[in-house]
Write a protein that binds this ligand. Structure first.
Ligand SMILES: [Fe+2]
Ligand SMILES: [Fe+2]
Length: 178
């Protein structure tokens, strides 16, 4: 059986896979953790395009990022602010929102300029996205699990909605998960 990547650890993004979330993650947050794996795959693709030396590859990567934003990331950010926001410190909440807005501004740029982004822009965007995901998995989600221990169960319907609406959030067949 293949060992699954855990975004709380530090595998290179090139090894990121679509896998189930850590066993310890609260069920209400598990769909968001599953989407993080998709985010790490996107990080890898952005870096590959940055290193390809090929404008067409960079343009395709920008398209992938814009499509991921529309299909998943925008809603993922909103759901994190909804599900995690009430249970974290003001400082963490400010960081969460600032990093979301920062990534949102970057994606808005590619939606407005229909030219290939530079390799540096793709690498910077990949770095920001990866660091954001790692911070959430290692620090923010555990903090929300501690702070919302009595309340996260009551938000299970939100997790069900996310699983229903977003393919990257659905649980997969794995006897070790859930
Ligand atoms: Fe986030
Ligand atoms: Fe996230």
């Amino acid at each position: 059986m293949t060992r699954e990547a855990d975004p709380r650890e530090s595998p290179p993004a090139s090894q990121a896979r679509f896998v189930n979330p850590p066993l310890k993650r609260h069920p209400t947050l598990q769909p968001l953790s599953r989407e993080h794996h998709g985010g790490l795959v996107l990080v890898r693709r952005l870096r590959e395009a940055a290193g390809a030396g090929d404008e067409a590859a960079r343009l395709r990567a920008a398209g992938l990022l814009a499509a991921a934003w529309a299909a998943e990331i925008e809603a993922h950010f909103a759901d994190e602010e909804l599900l995690v926001g009430p249970f974290i410190s003001d400082q963490d909440k400010a960081r969460l929102i600032e990093e979301h807005r920062s990534l949102e501004r970057r994606i808005a740029m590619i939606n407005h300029e229909h030219t290939a982004p530079s390799p540096a822009w793709l690498d910077e965007t990949a770095d920001l996205l990866e660091q954001h995901i790692r911070w959430e998995e290692r620090e923010l989600f555990p903090a929300a699990e501690r702070g919302g221990a009595d309340c996260l169960d009551t938000l299970a319907h939100e997790a069900e909605r996310i699983e229903r609406d977003r393919p990257g959030a659905r649980r997969r067949q794995n006897p070790e998960a859930n």
